[in-house]
Design a protein around this ligand. Structure first.
Ligand SMILES: Nc1ncnc2c1ncn2[C@@H]1O[C@H](COP(=O)(O)OP(=O)(O)OP(=O)(O)O)[C@@H](O)[C@H]1O
Length: 539
């Protein structure tokens, strides 16, 4: 083919791509004649690089040294962003099948493509007796395998894990792995802020509520690090207000700011209503959508996986049934394009529906909504997939539009989100941390509107305050702890079921590994070279 022929071919391929009926291409065509023009205006570099702070670097450093780490910090200090990076690094370091990512709630677990802590552990909610739990796991081949295969257990939103459950899991890990070291030698990476939402139904028989009260808390971590730089907000007076609310204390300046936020009589209709209780959320959304006398389109989620995992998926953010119509206020529940601000929490309005391939299995009408986001961007929303992964394998998935109705959402579901503009009715707020979670979602004070406020609803738990005080005193000491000089815990105390040590020599270096470590790594498909590589990296 000559030069001209080649040019025609290239042009023909480009035309086909730009004008294909594929939904994704249409996204780029809105307002742009071609994908190329769109790309020129919005260069496709979807993930802005984050420059880690020294504190965040410390966490990454400890992870690469093989430490067990607890990451804490107030809302918006970058715990979630950092944790995603930590997971990525851990998977490179230990192999995908040895890193298990969990959270106590479906919403938090789905946000990390992980599973709930109960689902990982292989236990139901019906018993709190650790021996019964242990029997279940020993009788469940898959659950047993998970505990044996795991080298690292990641737990996000640790503030919602209760003390007894945390202790029971540590005990189970030791027993199943037949190793007397804390967590049976399993490394733990936990993240969360105890000033945010507490455990939902803590068992009170022992008098303990929070995970930090469990006997094994301190021994579970080599390092406990607090992130102190807030990124979500930049206004110093808002940061101060939120820090004070976090600790349950208000001064006259804080009250003055709060009063201003309460003074708006007619709040901006684009603001999301945050309610403490789910019945208020459902009522508000139903009333609003009914009031729009437009044709409704129903999208039903399409799931794979067993019933228990499907239940977890339906507790996540993606709805079982999503009813939309023109004019509906919606919120994105997945990052579509970080670079263009189309992220988890972005709000907009459904403009119209377009017939599109790939919608028939979700909606009878075979149409997809075009949403105009508050930032001005207008895009066709296509189905997205939420997965539950176990190591490298897919356990379950849900396909649904990445939208929820956004006239109202619950404070429990918004933990972890950044929201552009909120109006929160705090008249039915209950428990500790709830007001703090609600108010800390916004970036700017001007976008915070409050009603039903009463200072007595601002509560921080006295145990959390005590823990925080102790933590601040200990932190410096812990950072300097032996982890920095001796990254691996002393392996001489190991009491593996197969205690024989195998010494594997490579060139002039000799390292000691337990036979069990080696065999379990082979089980995960590691070659000898990869196994040795990962061990040297950890050392
Ligand atoms: N080092 C950094 N530099 C710039 N921005 C950052 C940095 N770390 C985090 N961020 C940004 O800060 C914002 C808040 O981060 P993130 O949601 O991870 O906070 P969080 O601590 O998990 O909050 P919450 O406790 O409310 O869930 C995000 O927009 C994130 O991109």
């Amino acid at each position: 083919m000559g030069f001209m022929g080649m040019r025609y071919l290239v042009t023909a391929i480009a035309v086909c791509r730009n004008y294909s009926t594929n939904g994704r291409s249409k996204v780029f065509e809105k307002g742009y004649k071609s994908k190329a023009k769109y790309k020129k205006k919005y260069p496709r570099n979807p993930i802005p690089r984050i420059k880690w702070t020294d504190e965040q670097k410390k966490v990454l450093d400890c992870i690469s040294r093989g430490c067990s780490v607890f990451i804490t910090g107030s809302a918006g200090t970058g715990k979630s962003v950092l944790l995603k990076n930590v997971i990525h690094r851990l998977r490179k370091q230990h192999g995908k099948n040895a890193v298990f990512v969990t959270a106590p709630t479906g919403v938090a677990a789905c946000a990390l493509k992980g599973q709930t802590l109960h689902s990982f552990a292989g236990i139901g909610y019906t018993t709190r007796d650790r021996e019964i739990m242990l029997d279940w796991i020993l009788g469940d081949r898959r659950a047993y395998r998970r505990w044996i295969m795991a080298e690292v257990l990641v737990i996000d939103e640790i503030s919602m894990v209760d003390a007894d459950f945390f202790e029971n899991l540590e005990y189970i890990s030791r027993k199943v792995r037949q190793c007397d070291k804390v967590w049976g030698g399993l490394k733990l990476v936990a993240s969360g802020d105890f000033f945010q939402l507490p455990p939902i139904n803590p068992q009170n028989s022992s008098g303990k509520e929070f995970a930090f009260e469990s006997d094994c808390w301190d021994s579970s971590f080599d390092v406990q690090i607090e992130l102190t730089e807030v990124f979500r907000q930049s206004e110093p007076r808002l940061i101060k207000l939120l820090q004070d609310i976090r600790k349950g204390q208000l001064d006259p300046d804080d009250l003055e700011l709060l009063e201003k936020s309460c003074s708006v009589i007619q709040p901006d209709p684009s603001a999301i209503q945050l309610y403490p209780r789910i019945d208020d959320v459902n009522r508000a959304n139903e009333e609003k959508i009914k009031a729009l006398s437009k044709r409704k389109t129903v999208y039903r989620a399409s799931d794979t996986g067993n019933d228990a995992l499907k239940r977890q998926l339906s507790k996540g953010l993606a709805s079982d049934k999503l009813v939309l119509c023109e004019g509906a206020r919606v919120m994105l529940i997945k990052n579509l394009n970080v670079w263009h601000g189309l992220v988890n929490g972005s709000t907009g309005t459904v403009l119209r529906f377009e017939v599109a391939d790939g919608a028939a299995h979700l909606a009878r009408d075979n149409v997809l909504p075009v949403v105009k986001f508050d930032s001005g961007k207008e895009i066709l929303i296509e189905p997205e997939t939420w997965s539950i992964m176990e190591g490298g394998s897919l356990l379950a998935s849900r396909e649904q539009l990445p939208l929820v109705l956004a006239w109202a959402i619950s404070i429990h579901k918004c933990q972890g989100l950044t929201l552009d503009n909120i109006h929160t009715d705090l008249s039915r707020a209950f428990g500790c941390g709830m007001v703090y979670v609600a108010l800390s979602r916004v970036r700017k004070l001007e976008n915070l509107h409050i009603s039903g406020f009463c200072p007595k609803r601002i509560k921080a738990h006295h145990k959390v305050l005590q823990f925080n005080k102790h933590f601040a005193q200990e932190q410096d000491k812990q950072v300097k702890d032996e982890c920095w000089s001796q990254p691996e815990k002393d392996s001489s105390s190991s009491t593996h079921a197969i205690p024989d040590k195998t010494t594997i020599g490579l060139e002039e270096t000799r390292h000691e590994f337990s036979l069990k470590e080696f065999l379990s790594s082979r089980l995960r498909g590691f070659s000898l070279k990869k196994f040795l590589g990962s061990r040297f990296q950890a050392k």
